[in-house]
Ligand binder design. Structure first.
Ligand code: CP
Length: 290
């Protein structure tokens, strides 16, 4: 089974993945494929968390892993994405994890028969990040219904924002967005950051995704942080039990200052920890019935 975007999954299927992730984390659930499943990780964009979190998950499940290097592959001779993935299928690989800069790159892979796990496509979707974000929120609050989430920053270029807004609303959360006007999607309203900071349960900060901007953007770090970031002056305005999330990598002293990165409210490294168990559950689901 492919896992390309969470819109393809019913709420009960999403909840099932999160429950399985919790069982992997607590040790109640163990799976060992004993090296009989091979998973290839094809990352066409830089990644630390998603790539190595998937690889850690694969190793914990007893899979064999392959890490594709586009720079030394036959793509340098002009081979297409489809022919590259078809080659891995022909080699006998059981599933592929793919990150690619093109929105919905997977549409050109419709004839591939092995499961594809989307490690992020352009500005569209990042299902494994959304699932680990949901897992971290559920772990913290025990439920989704009625929670208020403020997503702040470069919404326009963020697949994390686009992926999360849709699924969070389906799960009963109220999602607000804020940031500089130039990072707003046409179909979204931006709220005032200072006004909503004290009202929400989750503040999710986003990195300014300079690599996806059409023209060079000059960011004044101090100005950005004082208007749209967290720092020691405004963190005390958050609700007592509210948490800070960030998909990372984060820009220190832009969206979050050094002293806040690992403060009591921050779940940034907890998100990374949880990502491994969520991806184990995703791999299990994708390999079902094969
Ligand atoms: N959050 C995330 O996708 O990080 P990487 O780009 O390092 O994978």
């Amino acid at each position: 089974m492919n896992i390309l975007k969470l819109a393809d999954f019913e709420v009960k299927e999403i909840e099932e993945i999160l429950e399985n992730a919790a069982a992997f984390k607590s040790g109640k659930k163990k799976i060992n494929y004993n090296g009989e499943k091979i998973i290839a990780n094809l990352f066409f964009e830089p990644s630390t968390r998603t790539h190595y979190s998937f690889e850690t998950a694969e190793l914990k499940l007893g899979c064999k892993t392959m890490n594709f290097e586009a720079e030394t592959s036959s793509m340098k001779k002009g081979e297409t994405l489809y022919d590259t993935v078809k080659t891995f299928e022909s080699l006998g690989v059981n599933a592929v994890v793919i990150r690619h800069k093109e929105d919905e790159y997977y549409k050109q892979l419709a004839n591939i028969k092995i499961p594809i796990l989307n490690g992020g496509d352009g500005t569209k979707d990042h299902p494994s990040q959304s699932l680990l974000d949901l897992y971290t929120i559920k772990e913290e609050f025990g439920h989704f219904e009625g929670l208020k989430v403020l997503i702040v920053g470069d919404i326009k270029h963020s697949r994390v924002a686009h992926s999360n807004i849709k699924v969070m609303e389906r799960l009963g959360m109220k999602v607000y967005t804020s940031g500089p006007e130039e990072y707003k999607d046409d179909d979204l309203e931006f709220v005032n950051f200072d006004e909503y900071l004290p009202k929400v349960d989750v503040v999710m900060l986003l990195r300014i995704q300079l690599e996806r901007h059409e023209k060079d953007t000059i960011v004044n770090k101090e100005e950005y942080n004082s208007k749209y970031g967290l720092n020691k002056n405004n963190i005390n305005k958050m609700k007592g039990n509210a948490i800070i999330m960030h998909p990372a990598p984060f820009n220190r002293n832009v969206e979050i200052t050094d002293e806040i990165v690992e403060c009591d409210k921050s779940r940034i490294f907890k998100q990374i920890e949880n990502g491994v168990f969520v991806r184990m559950a995703m791999i299990e689901k994708s390999l079902e019935n094969i």
